[in-house]
Design a protein around this ligand. Structure first.
Ligand SMILES: C[S@@+](CC[C@H](N)C(=O)[O-])C[C@H]1O[C@@H](n2cnc3c(N)ncnc32)[C@H](O)[C@@H]1O
Length: 197
C-alpha cells in the first residue's frame, strides 16, 4: 500500500487478487485442523494461497508462521492477513533446518496436458498429468528445510493416488500417519503427518 492508495484502490486490488488466488475450501479446512493440532515451533505453509490456513495456525497456536507461494498475488493476500507472505517456488529459497513444521495443500488435480489453461488458478489446482507433479519435488526437498524432530503436514486426495503418494513419502525417507481424513462425493482427503524414519 502506498500513501496514494485510497480505500477504493485497495478494495479493487483485493477483488482482483481474490480472482487469481485460491480461496479457502474443504481441503484448506482439513489442513488447518491438522496444523492447529500438530504444528509447533517455526512453521512454513508452502502454497499458502489466501493465507487463511497460515493465519489460523498463527492465531490459534500463537506460532511464528511464514506463508509462501509461487503466485505473488497470494503472497500479498497472506500479508494482508498478517502473515509473513513471500514468493517462493516450493522450499527452494529456504535454508536448511529452518522450520519445525511445513504444511502443504498442493495443487493435485490430474490434468490432461491438452487441457492445461496456463493461469494462476491452474497453478493452484493442476498437479499435472499424474496429479503429483508438485508433490514429487516437494517431498524430494522438504527434508532439507525441516529441523531435527520436525513434521511435514501434507494434504493428499484420493484423486492424486494415495498409494503412489505413500511410495514417494517412503522414498523421501519419511514415516507417515493420518491426522485427519474426510470423504466427499468425489474424493477422500487425508492430511498425513510425515516424520523422518
Ligand atoms: C490448492 S491451493 C492451496 C491454497 C491454500 N494453502 C489453502 O489450503 O487454501 C495450492 C497453492 O499452491 C500454490 N503453488 C503452486 N505451485 C507452487 C510452487 N511451485 N511453489 C509454491 N506454491 C505453489 C498455488 O499458487 C496455490 O496457492
Amino acid at each position: 500500500m502506498t500513501g496514494a492508495d485510497t480505500a477504493a484502490d485497495l478494495a479493487a486490488r483485493r477483488g482482483a487478487d481474490d480472482a487469481v488466488v485460491y480461496q479457502p475450501a474443504e481441503d484448506s479446512g482439513l489442513l488447518a485442523e491438522a496444523a492447529v493440532e500438530v504444528a509447533r515451533g517455526r512453521v512454513l505453509e508452502v502454497g499458502t494461497g489466501s493465507g487463511w490456513v497460515a493465519a489460523k495456525v498463527a492465531a490459534e497456536r500463537d506460532l511464528d508462521v511464514v506463508g509462501s507461494d509461487l503466485n505473488p498475488h497470494a503472497a500479498r493476500a497472506a500479508r494482508e492477513r498478517g502473515v509473513e507472505g513471500v514468493v517462493a517456488d516450493l522450499c527452494a529459497p529456504f535454508r536448511e533446518n529452518a522450520f519445525d513444521a511445513v504444511c502443504f495443500n498442493p495443487p493435485y488435480l490430474p490434468t490432461d496436458p491438452d487441457n492445461e489453461w496456463d493461469d494462476w488458478m491452474e497453478h493452484a489446482l493442476s498437479g499435472g498429468e499424474s496429479g503429483r507433479e508438485l508433490i514429487e519435488p516437494f517431498l524430494a526437498d522438504v527434508g532439507r528445510v525441516l529441523a531435527p524432530g520436525g513434521v511435514v503436514l501434507l494434504l493428499v486426495s484420493s484423486l492424486t493416488g494415495y498409494d503412489e503418494v505413500l511410495a514417494l513419502v517412503d522414498e523421501a525417507g519419511f514415516d507417515h500417519e493420518a491426522v485427519v481424513e474426510e470423504s466427499f462425493p468425489f474424493e477422500t482427503l487425508t492430511v498425513l503427518a510425515l516424520r523422518r524414519a
